[in-house]
Design a protein around this ligand. Sequence first.
Ligand SMILES: *Cc1c(COP(=O)(O)O)cnc(C)c1O
Length: 436
Amino acid sequence: MSDQFDNDAYSKETRLIYGRSHSEKWDYSHHVIPPISSSATYRLDSAQRGAQGFIDFAHTSDQPKHKEPIYIYDRLGEPNKDILEENLAFAEGGDKAVTFSTGMAAISAIFGVLLKTGDEIIAHRTLYGCTYSLLTTWYPRYGIDVQFINLHMIDALASAITPKTRVIFFETPVNPTMTLIDIAAITALVRDLNRVREEHEHIRVVVDNTFATPFCQRPMELGADFVMHSLTKGIGGFGTDMGGVIVSPQNYYDMLLLYRKDYGGVLATKSAWPILVYGLPTLSLRVKREIESAMKVAAFLEQHPMVKEVNYPGLESFPQHELARKQMRDFDGNFAPGTLMYFTLKSASPQQSRDLGERFINYTADNAYTITLAVSLGHLRTLIEHPGSMTHSAIPAEEQVKRGLDPGGVRLSIGIEHPDDIIRDLSAAFDHLAKG
Ligand SMILES: *Cc1c(COP(=O)(O)O)cnc(C)c1O
């Protein structure tokens, strides 16, 4: 059977449905769907083969590219995860991918591999709440310094970098405000600085690409060194399983495998399989539909008299619309502004803003058929939440305001419902608020 996976004649969208028709990870050539593999441990046949498996593990750079693996134990590697990883690396345009049990396990792994005591991280000032908590609760204990700056301002970055800086980390779009960070501008600056640094002192750019998904944005094409995803979100897509991934260059692959083996946060086979079989193959289809709906929902919100501001990169009024058009592109090069938006209601004070946001959300929680009050995002169902008191509650209230979060801000993650139905439910919530 010919292997079309590496054949550029076919679109990325198609190749994510098929994956590779053959994988040396496992002979399943007579299955149309990769079978689910479930075995904590593997038959080794002989002591010599077992020994070879241990020698090979995390020494991939000395091995031929398409070597058949010797499976030993699930925590070291197993067919479903390995096939999923091939497809994830392909989706992002990276050399390799290593999956983890959750997005947070993936973030801690890449920091664990890149940083040691005495090093510094520079992160954007607004981050997913748990990432913020990881950096502020735990890293100071290990003597790793974190500087939060506004990465929006390239000049601020240039002056914040010190000889100890090893990692620049950010999300774009930023969760939840939807601010964009200019990936190419940051990687260009870092490339210049790295020219005069020793290899072991190089600064690495790590992008959390969860909000955009690889369908809408591929940071490695813009010079990023590593890409991280929560597979729980848009890539998994169905809201059934947790997972995370780091997409990396070949020369960090073995360290990531070693880290995963020793810290133990492996993706369960039973979670890898649905992401491989349902999530990735439908990514393009789902996200295209969600973008189409998001454009309509954002336009509806924008014209609503009770709405103060809608942040959606697809709107002409979005302050960084031009940057969005530059860096958010789908596999075919079309503008792909994503499936999330953030909006605020008109109010007289921060307290009133918070009250209105909460009432809006509570009304939809009770009454809307197509909008569910829940954290997470990128699922089939439209989800609404209040970042100030939920996903970003780890950031103290005064800090939230400094970091661009409105106390009443509402985050919407658009699903695959008919867009008119989402708008109907939003409309009903506004009508309810208008009644006072
Ligand atoms: C959810 C999320 C994470 C964490 O992923 P988990 O799978 O929940 O551990 C990290 N970054 C962003 C932007 C997220 O939305």
